[in-house]
Design a protein around this ligand. Structure first.
Ligand SMILES: [Cu+2]
Length: 66
């Protein structure tokens, strides 16, 4: 399944990598595509709990819309 999250606070490639790492820590098989200007994080090929993914991204210091 594919999940789309709205994530605020990503300003550069480092942020994108931090978010990608956080997602992969929850689900190593997840495919992550990020458009930071659109605040869009697409997580494909995942069975992970959306709340767990959001929590991992928040733990890196980014804001995830409900
Ligand atoms: Cu950054």
């Amino acid at each position: 399944m594919t999940q789309i999250l709205e994530v605020r606070g990503m300003t550069c490639g480092h942020c994108e990598r931090a978010v990608t790492r956080a997602v992969r820590a929850v689900d190593p098989q997840a495919e992550v595509r990020i458009d930071r200007t659109a605040h869009r994080v697409e997580i494909a090929n995942t069975q992970a709990d959306p709340l767990a993914l959001a929590a991992a991204i928040r733990a890196e210091g980014y804001e995830v819309a409900e």
